[in-house]
Each structure stands twice: as structure tokens, then as C-alpha cells.
Design a protein around this ligand. Structure first.
Ligand SMILES: Cc1cc2nc3c(=O)[nH]c(=O)nc-3n(C[C@H](O)[C@H](O)[C@H](O)COP(=O)(O)O)c2cc1C
Length: 187
């Protein structure tokens, strides 16, 4: 089997547990888009459905369901909202719960906010932490400014955004898959 025909598993991580979170719509859009790609398996990870007692990555601070996902994943797509010019604590807590299992795996980022900047400061601040985990960040991202206006009541991206976002997201997935296949071949 060549490295381009192997099934690639991508974990799409939602970045917040907030009940009224808008960024979850962008996360579902990204996950659904990935599910349409040939040779790709998407695992949607919602920190609101997981449990990480305390802090750190000791055995008692892990959620075994998340451990299994991180172990299986060939790549990650983190979708973060911006909270006080950074990323949410629940995302940090989830990321912190593992370490070695991230090594030599690529990660793409999406930012979301209710203002003009689409969460770019959250992604920039996330880069510093993610670099230390051993995940390998792509050089470009996708952003959802005014995220509350971008999706309809069914969760579908509105027509005025669909063409541009589908095009850009397709390119970002292509890039993530290139890195995922290369790193998988050497792991
Ligand atoms: C605690 C908190 C802090 C926030 N700080 C920022 C911020 O620094 N910059 C920004 O653009 N939006 C900020 N927002 C608004 C979010 O952009 C907005 O809630 C958006 O819908 C994405 O977050 P959500 O998924 O929680 O809804 C903040 C929201 C919360 C709950």
C-alpha cells in the first residue's frame, strides 16, 4: 500500500465547553467537510463530553477516551474561539493531558470570534503551547470572524461564504494530509 492510499485519521478538536458557544458551528463545518474527503476518517472531539480531573498529564488527570483518540490520530485540526486574546482554558487542559502521543503529527488551526479578527490572537498564542507538545503546525490557518453570522439554523455555512470557505478549507486539508502522510510514514 502506498503512503497516499492509507486511511488518514484526523481529530477535529472543538476549543471550548461554553454552553452557548458559536465556534462549535465552525468545528462541525470543518469536521463535515473532512468527512467528504476520500481516504479520511474524522473523529470529532468535544471537550464538553470529556473529563480531565485536576491538571497535568499524570494517569489520574487523563481521560482514556481522549488518550485513545490522540493515539489513533494521524493529524489534528484545532478550532479555537478567542477568549481575552488567547485560547480557552478547557482547550489547554485537554491538550495538556497528553504529550508523547502528539509527537511527529501535524496540526491545522481555525480561529473564531464575534468580531473582525476571527480569533487570530487565539491561534497565535496557541502556537507557542502546541509547539512544545511535538505537534507540527502548518504555516497557514482559516478564520471565522463574526462567526455568529456565518451559519444558518441547520448549522450549514451560509451561501455567501460557502464558495470561498470551501475552497480555502479544501486547500488547508490538502496541506494537512500531505504532512499527515509524510509523518505517518516515518513514525
Ligand atoms: C470569556 C470570553 C472572552 C472573550 N474574549 C474575546 C476576545 O478577546 N476577542 C474576541 O474577538 N472575542 C472574544 N470573545 C467573544 C468570542 O469571540 C465569541 O464568544 C465567539 O462567539 C466565539 O466564542 P464561542 O465559541 O465561545 O461563542 C470572548 C468570549 C468569552 C466568553
Amino acid at each position: 500500500m502506498s503512503i497516499t492510499s492509507e486511511l488518514i485519521t484526523i481529530a477535529v478538536l472543538a476549543g471550548t465547553t461554553r454552553v452557548q458557544r458559536e465556534s462549535i458551528k465552525a468545528a462541525h463545518y470543518i469536521a463535515e467537510f473532512g468527512r467528504q474527503l476520500p481516504g479520511v476518517e474524522i473523529i470529532f472531539v468535544d471537550p464538553a463530553e470529556l473529563n480531565f480531573p485536576g491538571d497535568g498529564n499524570d494517569p489520574e488527570g487523563k481521560d482514556p477516551r481522549y488518550t485513545a483518540i490522540v493515539e489513533k490520530a494521524d493529524a489534528f485540526f484545532i478550532v479555537t474561539p478567542e477568549y481575552n486574546h488567547s485560547f480557552p482554558g478547557s482547550l489547554k487542559r485537554m491538550l495538556d493531558s497528553e504529550l508523547a502521543l502528539y509527537n511527529h503529527k501535524p496540526v491545522a488551526f481555525a480561529g473564531a470570534s464575534n468580531g473582525n479578527w476571527g480569533g487570530v490572537r487565539a491561534v497565535e498564542s496557541l502556537l507557542t503551547a502546541v509547539r512544545e507538545t511535538g505537534l507540527v503546525a502548518l504555516s497557514w490557518d482559516i478564520y471565522f470572524p463574526h462567526v455568529q453570522d456565518m451559519f444558518d439554523e441547520t448549522g450549514a455555512i451560509k451561501p455567501e461564504f460557502a464558495e470561498r470557505y470551501n475552497r480555502n478549507l479544501g486547500k488547508l486539508y490538502d496541506e494537512l494530509l500531505v504532512f499527515a502522510r509524510i509523518f505517518r510514514a516515518i513514525r
